[in-house]
Structures are given as C-alpha cells and as structure tokens.
Design a binder for this molecule. Sequence first.
Ligand code: ZN
Length: 658
Amino acid sequence: MAKPTFYLTTPIYYPSGNMHIGHTYTTVAADTMIRFKKQTGYDTYFLTGTDEHGQKIERKAQQAGVTPQQFVDKIVAETKDLWKLMNIEYDDFIRTTEDRHVKIVQKIFKQFYDQGDIYKSEYEGQYCAECEAFWTPTQLKDGNLCPDCGRPTEKAHEESYFFRMSKYQDWMIKYIEDHPDFIQPPSRANEMLNNFLRPGLQDLCVSRTSFKWGVPVDFDPGHVVYVWIDALSNYITALGYGTDHDELFKKYWPADVHLVGKEIVRFHTIYWPIMLHALGLPMPKQVFGHGWLLFGNDKMSKSKGNVVYPGPIVKRYGVDALRYYLMREMPFGADGNYTNEAMLTRMNADLVNDLGNLVSRTVAMIEKYFDGVVPEPGALEGPDLDLKATFEALPGIVEDQMNKLQFSIALSEIWKLIGECNKYIDLTQPWVLGKSEEGRPRLRTVMYVLAECIRAIAVYIQPTMPSTPARIYAQLGVGDDALKTWDSVKVFGQLKPGTVVKKGEALFPRVDIKKELEAMAAEAEKAEKKAEKADKKAEKKEEKQPAEPGVASFDDFMKIKLVAAKVIACERVPKSDKLLKETLDIGGGKTKTVCSGIAKYYAPEDMVGKTVVLVNNFAPRKMAGQVSEGMLLCAEDPDGSLRLLTVDGDVAPGSEIG
Ligand SMILES: [Zn+2]
C-alpha cells in the first residue's frame, strides 16, 4: 500500500540580511513536524526557500556595491549553511530568482490577465521600501511613518496591475466559514473574517514599475510582478506546476500545512487561496500562523539591535539543546520569549537533570548489579504496571498533539514519562534491592522496566532532537532498527533481555548559568567590536571619495553608463507640450523607451535616425503617465533652449561611451 503523503512548507524567507533565531524557530518546527510524520509512516515533502525580489534587496545590493543577484547568492549560501548546522533536512530549497520559478510566475500572471482577474490601473499611496508595503493615509503613524517599522514612507503614484480580489470576497468568506480547520489557531480565522473580509476586500496591487528587481511582466515591459503572486506561487512552482514534469505537483498538492508567521497569515489565508481558486486548483489543507519569538518581550529586529543568531548557541551547547528549547518553551501559535538564561535553565533542568540523569543512572546500575546485561524481568506489579500504563498511553497522546502542531505539549507529555521513571527509581530504591539476594528478582524487573522506557524515550525525542537518540541507543546497546521505530513504542516489552549496555559520556553537560551568561555576553561584545571595526574600515574607504560638493571622482563618473542609441520611432506625449517619447535601438535586439523634454525644439519626424547619447542605467520613472527608461543628454543654452548630443558618424547602437 502506498504511504499517505504529507507536504509541508515554511515561508520563503527574505534574504535582505542573515537569518536569525526567529527564522530558525519556524524552520526547526517544520523539520520536527516532517521528521515526526516520516516516523509515523508518511511519504513527506518539505519545502523551504527564499523570496529574493523587491526594492529593498535592490537598494541593499546598491549600498553594498554588488548586483542584487550577488547580494542574495551570498545570503542564500549562508542560509543553507545555517540549516545544515540546525540539522534541517528539507527536500527542496526554492529561490524565486530561479528560472523554474520565474517562467511559471509569468505564465500565471498572464493567465490571470487573460481571465480578467488582473486589470491595469493607477496606484496612489504611501510606500514603505523597508517593508515593501503600501499604506493608505489612515494607516500611517504620526503623519508619514510606516505602521510596521516606523520608517518614513514615500508617496508612490504609478501605473500598476491589480488583482480583482473583490470578485472572490464572498467565496472566500464562505470557504473559511465552511472549513474551520483551514486557519489555525482558530482565533486567526476570526481576525481574517472580521478585520479584512467582511469590511470588504480591496483589490491587490500586483505589479510595479518603480524598480526592476523582480519577475518581468512579459507582455508589458517596465512592469515587474509585485511580491505576492511571485512569492506565494513558490509553493506550486517548486513542485513543477505548469510544466511537463509535474509529477511532484500531482503527488503532493494540495499542501497539508503552510507554516507561516502571524504577520503573513493574511496573505496565505486570503490572497493565496483566491489565486489558487482562480487557477482552478485545490486549497491547501491548513495554514498555521505561529507567534513571534520575542526577545525580552520586544520584537527581534536589526534596528533594535536585539537579534539573536543561533550559531554561537549551537557552538556552545549543541544543536539539540537549542532545538529542544525552541520547541518546548513556547506554545506553538502564541508569542514566546527568547533569552539565554531561559534556554540554559531549561537545558539544566530538562536535559541534564531529567533525561541525562535517568540514562546515566540506569546504565550505571545495570553495569553495577548485572555486569552490564539487561536482565530478564519478572511479573510486573504495582509501580511497574503504572509505568507500563503511561508507556502505552503515550503514543496516542503524542500523535494527537503533534498532529495539531502542539510541539510544546507533546514534549511535556514525553517528559512526564521521564519524570515518572525518575520517581520510579526513588520509589523502588534499587540501591536497597541490590543489597540482598531476596531483592534481586525485583531489581531485575526494575532495571528492565527502566531500560525499556529509556528506549521508547529515545524514539519519542527523535523528531525534535535528531542527533541525541543514537547516543542513547549506543549506551543502551540497542542496535536493531526495529526497536527504534514508532510502532515499537506502542507495546511495552520490546527490548530484549541480554542486551549489553555501555556507559558513555553525559548526554548534556551541566552548566553554571551565571558563568555561561557572562561568557556569552563577553562573546557578543567581542563580535560587536569586530563589526564596529569593520564599519569603521568601510567608513574610511568612503572618506577617500572627495567630500567637496560638485567634485566627482572617477568612480562616480564610471557609475553612469552612457551608450549610443539610435532613435527608431518618436511621437509626442499626449497632454504634454514638453515631452517627446522616443523608442531607441540600444543594440543586441533590445529597445528602450525614453521621454525627453525637447518637444519645443525638435519635431518627432526629425528625431528618427539620429544616434543620441543615452544614460542607460537609470531606474525607470514615470513621466506624464509614461514610463521612461533612461535619459538623453542635451546641451542647454543660457536662454534655456536644448540641443541633443549626437554621435558623429556611424556607430553600432549600444556602443559604450566613456
Ligand atoms: Zn515599514
């Protein structure tokens, strides 16, 4: 029989900076869930990736003096290293700059346009480049500030395509009402219905002309697909949707769970389903909006300087300690708080005291009393039977909680078994039983029961702490893979008497919390100083540039790309007495459209055939309702009249000038 499938996605992260512990939280949750589903018999598919387009990346790349592609390539490489460090085993990593994605996004955009779901109009609003979000005047904070990040917004006015969301509003409301499991936790469903859908859904701006770093709209040059159609489609483009090789799509779609942060629930539970509905595709089964990982009750952000990166923590305490903390500390769905102190406190209590001690004590006692051989148990009685009952009830409880993505509750249930084992040792007092011959039969049973429980605990913690079970199995002498499966923990008594245990080093080192916090603070300070030094170095480099206004360096001059371009068509811009619109041959079979304020000095028909000088690397801008993709150089008379710079003789269009 074919296994049931399970397709899980993380959001695709925005690589404008390095991934921090917040991204790690989501990705570890996804990996834990996938490992659990694999363990319980599912054919799983795990997708993560990066959302690489947009104005913010374009700007960051410019600041760093690299191309946007170079900028994201570097961060993506570092992201993949981080996921490796965190023991994340994804099946695919989609990048929205990949061909396989870009082509299908263009196809989807065209289909929406052809179907009448997308129409062209004008956009007017305030735009935050940091958040890449438009805001209406009533949403702004203190007049002009972005309500999300508090930065000043800019007035944006441009031609855009819009998705007719309003057309699907009633369908969407009904869908959410009819599918109570679709949005989790349920409180988020009410938020969507009451705050966005019932008041009336606004049509969504889905293209931009003010920046270039995006998926080009292939039937309307100058437009790039704006964020949501590009980003959300990743969940199906990664599976080969819309191509000739869509086996994965057929096998795994619809997704079982889209895991998202609560700030993007709206896009995943309103816009994405509407897009899918418009494409005639089935809905994802569930969108789970988890809470934020806060730092001392503050949202983690670079501008606040309170970002925690997982690297140093993993280096000091191991990946499993961090994974455990992230999954255990916060109820999934609510906001949680990250502090080093809480992480170390949990490590000492849960991992060192509860789990680590149980394993080392049990193995040590089997070595001491039975020469390291797991004894044959006698008939179970009283406390043995209580423990056995807990043991056999646990698979159902854990499965139930994990399927609801309640990692924290599932782990606390597993730790109840660990706690009961520790109590069982106190109650049965093996050190007393070991003193007399009469105690031996009882001691055999107690040691067997403990060893069997520890075996099951190793199975249970595998999804959250993938590298710890092997270390437990090694100490317990469990080599048979059949004893490491989910099925093997459903019935008590699978461990074979006669198994030889071997004491190893402690699973987790006990730490002196005060000392560790000091050491971590010192390390953070050192890293900060290093970063400061690097900043100063960069500043110095900048100082070499002439500071005097009006004096350009050679580097400044080289930034401007001038080319020879041939005018192949020219017309007046309607409703403007100043502008001419020229179509320019810029070589390589490419053309550009430019608007110039020369209508008073040149007739359109006189322009055709001239070879002019074009500034070729300006961002496109809007002039009198037209998109201008560059600027022609002119000489200006003292009286203000303009004459074009032209190139003497015949040169190929696109020839560089400089
Ligand atoms: Zn903002």
